[in-house]
Design a protein around this ligand. Sequence first.
Ligand code: ASP
Length: 323
Amino acid sequence: MSSQKNSKKIVILGTGGTIAGKAGRAGDNIGYTAAQVGVDELVQAIDGVAALAAAGRLVTEQVAQVDSKDMSFAVWTQLARRVHHYLAQDDVQGIVITHGTDTLEETAYFLQAVLQPAKPVVLTCAMRPATAVAPDGPQNVLDAVAVASWPGAQGVVAVCAGAIHSAQDVQKVHTYQLDAFSSGDAGPLGFIEEGSLRLMRNWPVAHAKHAPIAIKSIADSSAQAIWPYVEIVMNYAGASGAVVQALLAQGVQGLVVAGTGNGSLHHELEAALLKAQAAGVEVVRATRCLNGRVLPKPGDAIPDSKGLSPVKARVALMLQLMG
Ligand code: ASP
């Protein structure tokens, strides 16, 4: 494996997920409890990773132990701090984060937006629990370590089932199959095959012109209050403005609407969103379509999400409001 070629350390941060899940019966791939196995135990059982540890090149840390459906701002805050900390160490080559699949794309987008790292930060996961007859977690971790060790690799990416996806494009698209992620129109960033990298396009940009905006306030604050209140609403047949009105009454600060098709909206929902906008709420229009992006038209009252899915547009809007 390429990781043997250099002497720097790989850090593996555990956050839970199915990859750390346990079922009562080995054949059960769905009736399990996520986030049970500690990251140390998880990775020490993998040959290639244990070799890294034996060479003194592995650091592990349990940052959280959650089913990622329950991902919270508190975990994001802690994770961003620890990733930021390790990125600053000269003897660290790259970072791997074990994470649940359900919200992996949100965490990946969040970390890329606030850190834009010049080193690789690789999120990986599993669709089957650690107790499965044929768990997918160990190979995913091995692949993620290979990517994190690769000279020149940078930015936040996700590795699952041999494919490397950028934080910008990655999306969970399957409820059950092991190859559960897609990069949509963009396609994967590359593939990792027997420890070798096949890159299809450039790594995510590091330290772009718009410097990381929120890491300072996130690192300096333990307060939940720094996270703006942003919700997602959806367009569908028979949609009304009721949900938007209820959220306005709750003090919502930002709204992402998952429109139909090219961001189209039922006229009642649109009227409620325009009212919210007039009242000072930031409104962004995304699409509920899996592929494509909302193409803006002259005179659009509600700005588009610049190709971001609704969940990522929400993260972007929170960071914008935070900034
Ligand atoms: N619910 C799990 C999680 O997101 C699913 C998974 O990891 O595959 O933590």
